[in-house]
Design a protein around this ligand. Structure first.
Ligand code: MEV
Length: 448
């Protein structure tokens, strides 16, 4: 296994050459090599037979690009990051930001216990406060019953941890009570085990409270299952040098790193106070997070729901990350959000590419996966802020977007890059113009 995720020139290689590097990174035996190579080479990576068992009414599968972000160091370990995403610039942005963070030792990430919350809603109560007290008095009995629903997770030292109860005096359906079952899901995302436990508890909750249970379901505001990432980037690593343009700068742009760091902090400041900016700022974070969540077969809607609810936890929707300057001028970034992801169960083990993605990441524990994902989110945020606070993102973005437009206009093989370059040169990236330029290009090729 190679030991550095810093693979220079990776982006210049062909997909097959990149795949060989990734297979070398992971595989030890010839059999493992062959399997991984075959899974990654298979377009879409998911057979129809498997797909037909995953959801209903299947008629086909839908493929998205799987890219690998390089340069990441998380908690002292080099990691390569599989990312599934349709948007250009995201994989390149993450890799570039990881290179910057590497100059300060990479990302440091930690997670809380992998505990989820299951909600049980109780209605038709004369006195919700008194019912809450009765439930709390039977807490141990309820936790014990919840733990009988999944002996496997209990044997792995997970399972029900606690029961919390809240009386809600007023709601559109009158007064009610909500019980929260705190449940450590270990390496699973846990929706199934938590929902099963909540459903099992419902009759006993009704017996104890004398009320009627309605909802019994996991909460996606997984604020007991947080991941935090942090990075410190020396100002000099942020220098923009006109002779060595990095990701997204035009040649000729120069800025000292101290200034770049200040501009990034200013850019963050708007997201700290303004929900209009915070939504976009957090979307940039989720570009990185979702891409890894999807690559590993996890439920990205659950992660999105948790992230945005957490961003609004004090009543105002805010940035999930913070950026500041250290006394010596280094740029310090941090990110905290709920990350309900698993390494067992669901599509993580069923989808062959999701299994391959976990192998590439080298993780088997959900908490290690969450730590890496939080680091990718912070990297993605840094890439966006740095580009926005200096040159702006459109030039770099449009260069990549031009390739998609070229493909949409029918370009094939090396026509794609030639057509994209022609559109970028004349600053017109539209399918109608792409079609005209493609016709011209083909005519030229015919006569030369
Ligand atoms: C685009 O997908 C994401 C950005 O808008 C994020 C941001 O503005 O921070 C570039």
């Amino acid at each position: 296994m190679a030991n550095s995720s810093r693979i220079s020139g990776f982006f210049r290689l062909s997909p097959a050459e990149r795949r060989h590097i990734i297979v070398d990174w992971v595989a030890v035996s010839p059999e493992q090599r062959a399997t991984l190579e075959a899974v990654l080479a298979e377009p879409g990576g998911l057979g129809l037979t498997q797909a037909d068992k995953m959801v209903e009414n299947v008629v086909g599968t839908y493929a998205l690009p799987l890219g690998i972000a390089t340069n990441f160091v998380v908690n002292g370990q080099d990691v390569l990051i599989p990312m599934v995403i349709e948007e250009p610039s995201v994989v390149a942005g993450a890799s570039f930001a990881a290179k910057l963070a590497r100059a300060g030792g990479g990302f440091h990430a930690e997670t809380t216990e992998p505990s989820m919350i299951g909600q049980i809603q109780v209605l038709d109560l004369d006195d919700p406060g008194a019912a809450a007290e009765k439930l709390l008095a039977q807490r141990a009995r309820l936790i014990d019953l919840a733990n009988r629903t999944d002996p496997v997770v209990v044997s792995l030292r997970g399972g029900a941890r606690d029961l919390e109860v809240r009386a809600i005096p007023q709601s559109p359906a009158g007064p009610m009570l909500v019980a929260h079952l705190i449940y450590d899901c270990r390496d699973a995302m846990g929706a199934n085990m938590v929902n099963t436990a909540c459903e099992a508890l419902a009759p006993l909750v009704e017996e104890i409270t004398g009320g009627r249970v309605n909802l019994r379901i996991l909460s996606n505001l997984a604020d007991r299952r947080l991941a935090r990432a942090r990075c410190v980037i020396p100002a000099r690593a942020l220098d923009i040098n006109e002779n060595k343009p990095g990701f997204s700068e035009k040649p000729g742009l120069s800025m000292p790193g101290e200034l770049v760091a200040e501009r990034i902090v200013e850019a963050y400041a708007l997201a700290a106070v303004d929900p209009y900016r915070a939504a976009t700022h957090n979307k940039g974070i989720m570009n990185g997070i979702d891409a890894v969540v999807i690559a590993t077969g996890n439920d990205w809607r659950a992660v999105e729901a948790g992230a945005h609810a957490y961003a609004a936890r004090d009543g105002q929707y805010r940035s999930l990350s913070t950026w500041s300057l250290s006394p010596d001028g280094a740029l310090v970034g941090s990110l905290e959000l709920p990350l309900a992801v698993g390494t067992v169960g669901g599509a993580t083990r069923v989808h062959p590419v999701a299994r391959a993605a976990l192998q590439i990441l080298g993780v088997s524990r959900a908490r290690d996966l969450a730590a890496i994902i939080a680091s990718v989110g912070l990297a993605q945020n840094l890439a966006a802020l740095r580009a926005l606070a200096t040159e702006g993102i459109q030039r770099g973005h449009m260069a990549l977007h031009a390739r998609q437009v070229a493909v949409a206009a029918g370009a094939m093989g090396d026509e794609v890059d030639r057509l994209a370059a022609a559109m970028v040169a004349e600053r017109t990236i539209r399918t109608d113009r792409a079609a005209e330029l493609l016709a011209e290009l083909r005519q030229e090729t015919e006569y030369t």
